[in-house]
Design a protein around this ligand. Structure first.
Ligand code: PMP
Length: 347
């Protein structure tokens, strides 16, 4: 297949059957967003918000683009901006993984680090301030309708095509901006009303589960952190406020069930997907999959379940996901090494 630009390779990600980790009698499938060119579901958003702004005239040729991002959005935007010739500045809070910053800089973006204590709200404020001061185009991933729209046009359509003529009993997702949730759920609610929509969020930080509304400004941005927020290891999920797009999905009553997921389960099931299925994905994927397994355990025989896996595991080498993966040989590996004469280390 020939493409005119790397951006044309975004989307159309595969849906893959789970063969070993699923309980008998139900069909559990995962949509592997790691197949996007820069390895995450946010490549879709990046293309969606840039092309919508090009169409509306809000983004002029050569104008600088700016966004606040915990990583994947920045990496996706860096790819799209490089391919289309826009300079890019990203703001990012201190605790996010170092390889993410390096990736963005490798793709030509400038990365401005904001204090850890100010969390997501701090990096969003900094981006807005810089956009205003310099006349840059801010993509506003948390409020921009083009974020949800690209999922309506691509992710949702792909799911409808992949399950056309078949039942789809459950669709399981998490949320960061809520773009995936809002964009896909409204299509399923309209075209596949039998599909139950399940939303996972961190056990330690159940912003939606709390039922407490987010205080926000007239433009949809949060006016401060949500009182229920606590730090959690699922980078890319649930910032310290409920984004406008996620709140929209709640208001339209398309969500059938909220599932709290522990950080330990997120990491455990990311590893299980790798070692038992050969599917190499990140922490929020493990978390969403943990939720999908809970649904699978309770689902009726013959049910079809689709679970979103937002990104690749390769982005997490310096995070808790790899904390107990050793670089040196363990006893078992040493024993294999010593079982034949050649190639042994002198230790
Ligand atoms: N997982 C990861 C790793 C992400 O980066 C994101 C996006 N922030 C999500 C899940 C959630 O996607 P969305 O923003 O569409 O809600």
């Amino acid at each position: 297949m020939k493409y005119q630009s790397i951006t044309e390779t975004i989307g159309n990600t595969p849906v893959v059957r789970i063969n070993h980790l699923a309980p008998k009698g139900v069909n559990l499938f995962v949509k592997v967003e790691a197949f996007n060119p820069l390895g995450s579901i946010k490549d879709r958003l990046a293309l969606g918000v840039i092309e919508a702004a090009e169409r509306s005239g809000e983004l002029k040729p050569g104008q600088t683009v700016i966004e606040a991002t915990s990583g994947n959005t920045g990496i996706g935007l860096a790819m799209v901006c490089a391919a289309k010739g826009y300079p890019l500045v990203l703001t990012m809070a201190e605790p996010f993984s170092v390889e993410r910053r390096k990736l963005m800089r490798f793709l030509g973006a400038k990365v401005i680090i904001t204090p850890a204590a100010e969390r997501a709200v701090g990096m969003v404020n900094k981006a807005a301030e810089l956009a205003k001061a310099h006349g840059w185009f801010m993509t506003r991933q948390f409020e921009n309708e083009a974020n949800a729209d690209i999922h309506t046009r691509t992710t949702a359509r792909e799911i409808l095509d992949d399950f056309s003529g078949e039942r789809l009993d459950y669709w399981v997702t998490g949320y960061g901006t809520g773009g995936t949730l809002k964009g896909v759920a409204r299509v399923l609610a309209r075209e596949r009303p039998d599909t139950r929509i399940v939303v996972c969020e961190p056990l330690d930080s159940q912003l939606l589960g709390s039922g407490i509304e987010q205080a926000r400004h007239a433009d949809g941005t949060p006016s401060g952190p949500h009182p229920t927020f606590k730090p959690h290891p699922m980078q890319g999920w649930t910032p310290d406020f409920i984004p406008k797009l996620a709140a929209d999905a709640v208001e339209t009553k398309v969500i059938h069930r909220l599932l709290p997921i522990s950080g330990a389960d997120a990491i455990r099931f990311s590893k299980e997907l790798a070692t038992r299925e050969g599917i190499f994905v990140g922490i929020t994927s493990g978390a969403t999959f943990a939720g999908a397994l809970q649904i699978a355990a309770e689902a009726e025989k013959g049910a079809n379940i689709l679970c979103m896996l937002p990104d690749t595991g390769e982005r997490y080498l310096s995070t808790p996901l790899f904390a107990d993966v050793a670089a040196d040989m363990n006893d078992e590996e040493l024993k294999i090494s010593r079982s034949t004469p050649s190639g042994q280390l002198n230790s």
